[in-house]
Design a protein around this ligand. Structure first.
Ligand code: ADP
Ligand code: GLC
Length: 492
């Protein structure tokens, strides 16, 4: 086995402690996959106010209790607690950072009650970045690499290079920065910059929009290597203006340090033959059991199960980027078809309202569940015939990978990770239905193509299901790619 690396994986979301989207799944499964390859990856994440220490088996570390940190002209106390995440034969240690000034409230980025972003998100994640570096001296474990994820961790490479550059203990640690979504940037007023204690030279080196200070941009500038979560998205953000979210210049400059590594999925959690959440477990040979899950799901919402009516699912954050404009646009037409539709999501008020009204209008065939419900996501994957993902852009997307595993045929836009993972149904190894142009007409035409195969060509339909279920998106290949990258960065 190749020599392993010590890696501190820094993230703002990790299952089962916190989740708003795919980052939480990746932060759980990638470190474990890397550990299985002989690395020692430890995770660090904030301990948000809602975390239940007993249920999640979070323990105190005496030595790391009541530490002090100078931050934004004051002193703040914090403690590092510890817990473990486990897979089938794998595990990873997680440090949870507890602090009363910044992470006492319930909510990850938003106040749970008001659903509004915390007004001090700049300070919360500045504190997080600084605390991560401060504990390294007392941890008695030194990483070769700090692996940062998304804007919440993006000040770490800059701090390492510009504030801790003379600190003998940590100055030679390398950084890898993974972009899970370029559109979320941590873009704040320039007054935030002063709070960071970074030297003024950073402003001219990185270059920010007038009166702004941008965490993501800072990370992309100072990280030793940059990755994103599919090859196609890596190319899109570097070469297409619509995708580069104002970072095109910087990404072009960093071209040789930017690569795409496709996310893997955790088959001990998302696999219909072992899934403990669903009622009827099944393999490809047992598709009738999938239909028992469908029957149960429909029954739960008082809809009738009928043999030849497809149940279509959507599991998504309700935001523009996931293509909800298109869903709003086509819903009346789609509801004229002989289909049933179940939507699970939470997010923008305008979409929540629209769906709540639509539920009343189409009560006989539309189920809408507004909220975040991990168990229901499994039931939908197991019970539906198809899943829709008309994303405007999609860095990787995990939902379609889970769908492939559950024999739920994806109908997706041909972009980013969706392009890299779904093969057009017209090919012998086809796994789903893709449309190119971001408009309702093409989306609807593609859904109708899927309905046509479902209703009129069952043999083909089962071939598509089988092709998808046979694919292997486990972490093996991608985790090795990360390991190679660590090797490169450590020896650079
Ligand atoms: P993104 O990270 O952009 O939201 P992904 O497809 O990578 O998109 O990951 C989405 C993850 O979040 C999946 O695990 C999906 O099951 C889950 N998810 C999204 N919305 C909900 C919801 N309302 N309830 C439960 N799980 C959800
Ligand atoms: C982001 C992206 C999604 C990706 C996930 C995990 O939330 O929007 O496409 O799958 O991160 O990398």
């Amino acid at each position: 086995m190749a020599k392993g690396y010590n890696v501190l994986f820094v993230t703002s979301e990790v299952l089962p402690y916190s989740k708003t989207g795919g980052l939480a799944d990746i932060s759980n499964s990638l470190p474990q996959a890397l550990n299985a390859l002989g690395n020692e990856v430890r995770i660090i994440s904030p301990k948000y106010g809602q975390l239940d220490e007993r249920r999640l088996q979070i323990h105190e570390i005496k030595r790391l209790k009541d530490l002090k940190i100078n931050i934004i002209d004051t002193q703040s106390k914090f403690s590092i607690k510890s817990s473990f995440i486990h897979g089938k034969n794998t595990k990873a240690q997680i440090y949870l950072l507890e602090n009363q000034d910044f992470f006492k409230n319930k909510g990850i980025y938003q106040n749970i009650r008001t659903k509004k972003d915390f007004p001090n998100n700049d300070e919360r994640f500045l504190f997080f970045c600084k605390a991560v570096l401060e504990i390294l001296e007392i941890l008695q474990w030194k990483p070769d690499v700090i692996h940062c994820n998304d804007w919440q961790t993006a000040l770490i490479p800059a701090m390492l290079k510009r504030i801790y550059k003379n600190n003998l203990h940590i100055k030679d640690i390398k950084t890898v920065f993974t972009i899970h979504n370029l559109a979320y940037q941590g873009d704040f007023a320039s007054s935030t910059f002063k709070k960071t204690n970074l030297p003024e030279s950073v402003l001219s080196e990185v270059g920010f929009a007038k009166n702004r200070f941008n965490y993501l941009r800072t990370g992309l500038y100072y990280a030793d290597k940059i990755t994103t979560v599919s090859e196609k998205y890596a190319e899109e953000i570097r070469t297409k203006k619509d995708y580069s979210c104002g970072m095109g210049d910087l990404l072009a400059k960093r071209k040789k340090d930017l690569s795409g590594i496709l996310n893997g999925i955790d088959y001990s959690n998302w696999n219909p033959s072992v899934d403990k959440i669903i009622t009827y477990r099944y393999t490809y040979q047992e598709i009738p059991l999938k239909y028992e899950n469908k029957r149960e799901l429909l029954h739960k919402y008082n809809l009738e199960y009928k043999e030849n009516i497809p149940l279509i699912g959507i599991i998504s954050r309700l935001v523009d980027e996931k293509g909800f404009e298109l869903i709003v646009n086509i819903l009346p037409e789609l509801m004229k078809e002989n289909v049933q539709l179940i939507i699970l999501g939470e997010g923008d008020e305008k979409y929540q309202k629209f769906l709540t009204n639509a539920k009343k209008k189409y009560a006989k065939k539309l189920i809408v569940h507004i909220g975040f419900d991990e168990n229901l996501a499994h039931h939908i994957q197991a019970g539906c015939d198809m899943i829709l993902m008309p994303s405007k852009y999609e860095p990787c997307g995990l939902t379609q990978l889970y769908s492939l595993s559950y024999g739920t045929v994806p109908v997706v836009r041909n972009t980013g990770g969706l392009s890299d993972t779904i093969t057009d149904y017209r090919k012998p190894d086809g796994t789903g239905f893709l449309f190119d142009n971001y408009n309702g007409k093409d989306f609807l035409t593609t859904i109708k193509a899927a309905l046509n195969v479902y209703k009129n060509n069952k043999q083909k339909w089962y071939t598509i299901i089988r092709n998808g279920m046979a694919l292997d998106f486990s972490w093996k290949v991608s985790a090795l790619k990360y390991m190679n990258l660590y090797k490169k960065v450590v020896s650079s």
